[in-house]
Design a protein around this ligand. Structure first.
Ligand code: ZN
Length: 247
């Protein structure tokens, strides 16, 4: 199935031609939630989708909708952009080498570009904010190549009956269900007291997380850093399974 994604001229101008082309070409974004009817679907399945954009004082937010639910249009909102945290997924992975470290991919479905920079580029707001906090850009496979680095100051992952990640300012960046069937991951977290956090917007995790990650890395949308982690729940205890995702 080929993608049928429409970016109108006004939206194209607001997000920049290069970014618009990337959206049209894919493979990212793929799974989407319609901003109008809240229906979910996959762009790769050929569903006609239109891209809209909302300009905020601090950047541009992109939304997707069924073509049958509305055209590609540009609107303006005088309020600052909403926070990222409630529109994200977390996928735990374990880096298995001499020094096993729990890693996780944090993928914000929220797509946002920063306000115009002096040289005219628009960049991912999420990546921009994380780089400012001490994360580093990812250029290859972050699981294999990341050397651990120093801890990103004041970021913290807490594992209890949910996973909560807080940023330098103490803001909750992510709060969601515990990853299921990841005993090794929690053991590594408990032992190492740190976690490699790989973060980006729109990393497709539904089919093959590593493929989705590679595509996002290629597009320059991924950053990573090691953050402190704390496991609160005693070893061996379980909590009821919950549904995947936090959306
Ligand atoms: Zn819809």
């Amino acid at each position: 199935m080929s993608r049928d994604l429409t970016v109108g001229p006004e939206v194209r101008e607001a997000v920049g031609g290069e970014y618009a082309d990337e959206l049209v070409r894919g493979p990212w974004p793929d799974d989407f939630t319609c901003i109008r009817c809240a229906g979910e679907g996959f762009i790769s399945q050929g569903i006609p989708v239109t891209v809209s954009a909302v300009t905020h004082p601090d950047g541009v937010r992109i939304t997707l909708q069924h073509a049958t639910c509305g055209p590609s249009e540009l609107t303006c909102d005088d309020r600052p952009m909403p926070a990222v945290g409630d529109q994200a997924n977390l996928t735990p992975i374990l880096r298995r080498d001499i020094d096993p470290i729990a890693a996780c991919i944090f993928s914000a479905s929220f797509m946002a570009l920063g306000a115009d920079s002096p040289w005219g580029d628009r960049t991912s707001l999420l990546a921009e904010a994380l780089l400012a906090d001490g994360f580093e850009p990812v250029l290859g496979n972050p699981i294999e190549e990341f050397d651990g680095g120093s801890l990103v100051p004041e970021w913290l992952l807490i594992y209890d009956d949910a996973v909560r990640i807080t940023s330098r300012t103490g803001a909750v960046v992510y709060e969601g269900q515990e990853p299921v069937e990841v005993t090794d991951w929690v053991d590594a977290l408990r032992e190492q007291r740190r976690c490699l956090l790989i973060a980006g917007e729109g990393i497709e995790l539904d089919t093959d997380p590593m493929l989705g990650l590679a595509a996002a890395v290629y597009a320059g949308r991924v950053v990573a850093g090691v953050i402190r982690a704390r496991v609160i729940r005693p070893s061996g205890t379980k909590s009821p399974k919950r549904n995947r995702g936090s959306r």
